[in-house]
Design a protein around this ligand. Structure first.
Ligand SMILES: O=CC(=O)O
Length: 334
């Protein structure tokens, strides 16, 4: 046992027990006892994790460890070489801080695409049809409400602007085509024709000013924080519908509340929030906002796929000192 590689498990394996059992065969798995960041920092400083080369982490483990940042990396074992994150978005991990310490990070791209695009479509249709008002009235025993809810809109023929045409954005585009939407997108760079299909590449400003529905599908990092804020809302078509299944902080929530109040934004469908699990009171109280609590990947199939993918990264890191899906920022690491 003592000479097996050491793997640190941050969070729980909920579904892929069989895949995880194969890790227990090849590595000595350590788990923290800490229940908050201060305790976790102390545990790390105690030397109990010394020798760990690979760590697996879940999105939820942030409630114990906090963000993986300079302070934490300074006390994690110097032997740590690989951090396998279970999730597509890895904004809880400071990538430059990891790169500086030669810690390679992986995520679970593609595993999340279908489920996230599905909830994206659900929010898109729900927001276009203005469903929260009648859903709330119904549950309050008031059928459609005291005054009839205003009529919704059909997706057919409407322009869907996708900001961030990665795996989820492209999956969403394919699904939205089935609803007869015209797809436009903006990305850091234009896609090759195969990936682009009939989606039209437009400038950021055109996407904002000509979309009937804007979907945010870009990752959160220091460059994309508040990509959508007051100046961007000012460029949008009055009455636009916005959907966000990416990360809350790519949009300025306070500015969104103002844009809803002014009518610039008609309705919005949200899966993600700036300060999860806290939600801006101006969104909570606004009936033009359709909200779900970060459920984008919340299906048995997708959670299992994500765990299996992250575990496959752990396995490769342990056996071959490499990762299946290193994050793009570290692609060129020697
Ligand atoms: O939000 C879900 C993910 O990043 O995988």
């Amino acid at each position: 046992m003592a000479d097996k590689p050491k793997v640190l498990l941050l969070g729980k394996i909920e579904h892929a027990q069989e895949a995880w059992a194969t890790i227990a065969d090849i590595a000595h798995v350590l788990e923290p006892k800490a229940t908050d960041r201060q305790q976790f920092l102390a545990e790390c400083r105690s030397g109990i994790f010394d020798g760990v080369t690979v760590a697996y982490r879940t999105f939820g483990s942030v409630s114990v460890t906090g963000r993986i940042d300079d302070e934490l990396l300074d006390v994690l074992p110097k032997s740590l070489r690989f951090l396998c994150h279970n999730g597509a978005g890895y904004d809880q991990v400071d990538i430059p801080a990891c790169t500086k310490r030669n810690v390679r990070v992986s995520n679970t791209p593609t595993a999340v695409d279908d489920a996230t695009a599905d909830i994206n479509i659900w929010l898109l249709i729900g927001a276009m049809r203005n469903l929260p008002i009648s859903m709330n009235a119904l549950r309050a025993g008031d059928w459609r409400g005291k005054t009839l809810p205003s009529l919704g809109h059909d997706p057919q023929g409407k322009v869907l602007g996708i900001l961030g045409m990665g795996g989820i954005g492209r999956n969403l585009a394919a699904k939205a085509r089935a609803f007869g939407m015209k797809i436009r997108y903006h990305n850091r760079s234009r896609l090759c024709p195969d990936l682009e299909g009939d989606a039209e590449y437009v400038s950021f400003e055109t996407l904002l000013s000509e979309s009937d529905v804007l979907s945010l599908n870009l990752p959160l990092n220091p460059q994309t924080r508040h990509t959508i804020s007051a100046p961007q809302f000012a460029l949008m078509k009055p009455g636009i519908v916005i959907v966000n299944t990416a990360r809350g902080a790519v949009m300025d929530e306070a500015a969104l509340v103002d844009a809803l109040a002014s009518g610039r934004v008609a309705t919005v469908g949200l899966d993600v929030y700036e300060e999860e699990p806290d939600i801006h009171p101006g969104l909570m109280s606004n009936e033009n906002v359709l909200l779900v609590p970060h459920m984008g990947t919340w299906t048995v199939e997708t959670q299992t796929k994500m765990e299996e993918w992250a575990i496959s990264n752990v396995r490769l890191a342990v056996t071959e000192a490499r990762l299946r899906s290193i994050v793009p920022e570290q692609k060129d690491m020697p």
